[in-house]
Design a protein around this ligand. Structure first.
Ligand code: PHE
Length: 464
């Protein structure tokens, strides 16, 4: 790959390298750690199907919008939005989207590094044989013991942040490509090993029912918001990461089909992770709604009972950590590319300052699992709050504005050229999808959450 990140604006050398990089950003803790536990907390199937429809209806058009804007702006998200707004004679305040994204990136990375630190620690625990023949309660004890020690959490959080800063600071061209080209298929194979294990564990059918047996009664207004937030999070949308990566996409690549491949890949990994983790939950009488610890209890349990389990377990957490690093890199890209471009600053310096900032903020998340566990605001700990606001509010808001801008503000000629659609039918479909349907879904979900009474009234009205 041309070194796309060295500061000069070079290109991914072909569309597949972009697919790899974008998939590297999309596939991460969101798929393997977050998706199963959020699905578990929100009643399984009711959540999974809404989530998948959010990916298709909202995620795909918004990812297309981000790449379209990134490729036309050929700059960091903030500058690209400034340039495009100016060229389209739109208000300069559209650049706000870029700033919102930078802020969301900070917030997300601050806790992302803490959780990725857990995975790093679990590489070590697996390798040293700590999970051999472990029982369900043994796995739970190890995890809760770990969480109760802020110093341990801080150590692994710091280590992950150092790795991220080192890679981002050096320019990530070569490393990123190798990482995704090798590790993603490997991660896949290990998920399949876990799946096979789950299949014969006795809990598989229950897991499939849990994930796909849709019951509308358990869907609440909150389920929609969480499913949509998760769709944004898992596809890395709404904060400019895809826009930044899109700015390096060659003109010849077809945006629509590329995005569909990325979305399919990402959903596949999430569903596979769910189907690997839930059988273990049911076979061992564990609780599907236990929260963030889900993967860190079930996976050690499964590998602990397998032959060569320590080896597979080590490899699994290693790959999860790699998946997390390739996502963390993309979380920093909007801010880093802006600062490098604007102040001609050295990439390494910018990376260190940004890393330091996120590291400090991450201490709040570290403490949320021990000393500050009872310190809550709106019923949420520091970690929950940062996660909730960034994922469920900032990303959907950013994404909605991005889609509106890409459908209504830029000239039609640019849309036609970028998406390779035809005037007339093609252009109309785009406007309906990105300019209307996707933002409408986001808006409805927001209204629903902010003013639950609104839909309550309509419900009652319908029921007579
Ligand atoms: N998509 C990443 C994951 O699933 C997280 C992420 C969110 C990365 C937003 C970049 C931007 O882990």
């Amino acid at each position: 790959m041309a070194n796309a990140f060295s500061g000069k604006r070079e290109m991914w050398s072909n569309r597949w390298l972009f697919v790899l990089a974008a998939a590297g950003s999309a596939v991460g803790l969101g798929n393997i750690w977050k998706f199963p536990y959020i699905a578990g907390e929100n009643g399984g199937a009711a959540f999974v199907l809404i989530y998948l429809s959010c990916i298709a209806l909202v995620g795909v058009p918004i990812m297309m919008s981000e790449i379209l804007l990134g490729r036309s702006g050929r700059a960091s998200p903030i500058t690209a939005m400034q340039k495009l707004a100016e060229a389209s004679k739109a208000s300069k305040y559209w650049a706000f989207i870029g700033w919102l994204g930078v802020l969301a990136g900070f917030l997300i990375l601050s806790y992302y590094a803490v959780i990725a630190g857990w995975a790093l620690n679990y590489i070590w625990l697996s390798a040293s044989g700590g999970f051999a023949n472990i029982s369900a309660s043994g796995a739970e004890d190890i995890f809760s013991g770990f969480l109760s020690s802020p110093w341990q959490l801080l150590f692994w959080h710091s280590l992950f942040m150092v790795f991220t800063v080192l890679i981002v600071g050096r320019g990530i061209g070569k490393g990123l490509e190798t990482a995704v080209r090798w590790f993603m298929p490997l991660l896949f194979i290990l998920l399949i090993i876990l799946l096979i294990y789950g299949f014969q564990s006795g809990g598989f059918q229950q897991a499939v029912n849990f994930m796909f047996d849709f019951k509308i009664e358990v869907v609440t207004t909150e389920t929609w918001l969480i499913a949509m937030g998760q769709a944004f999070f898992t596809l890395s949308l709404g904060m400019g990461a895809m826009m930044a990566y899109g700015s390096y996409v060659p003109d010849s690549a077809n945006i629509g089909s590329t995005v569909i491949i990325i979305a399919l890949l990402d959903s596949f990994v999430a569903v596979a992770a769910g189907l690997a983790i839930f059988p273990i939950v049911f076979a061992n009488g564990l609780e599907p709604g236990q929260g963030p610890g889900l993967m860190f209890v079930t996976v050690p349990l499964a590998f602990g009972q397998m032959s060569f389990g320590s080896l597979f377990g080590t490899l699994f957490f290693l790959l999860v950590s790699f998946a997390a690093i390739t996502s963390a890199i993309s979380l920093t890209e909007p801010a880093i590319s802006y600062l490098v471009e604007k102040y001609n600053a050295r990439r390494s310096r910018v990376a260190v300052s940004l890393g330091l900032f996120c590291w400090v903020l991450g201490i709040g998340t570290v403490l949320s699992f021990n000393h500050w566990v009872d310190l809550t605001l709106f019923g949420r700990t520091f970690f929950d709050l940062v996660d909730y606001v960034s994922q469920n509010i900032m990303l959907p808001l950013g994404g909605m504005l991005i889609a509106l801008f890409a459908a209504w503000r830029i000239p039609d000629a640019l849309i036609i050229e970028q998406l390779g659609v035809k005037e007339g039918y093609g252009l109309y479909s785009w406007k309906i999808l990105a300019g209307f349907l996707a933002p409408l879904c986001v808006a409805l979900v927001f209204i629903n959450t902010l003013f639950p009474d609104f839909f309550e009234v309509i419900n009652r009205f319908q029921q007579g």
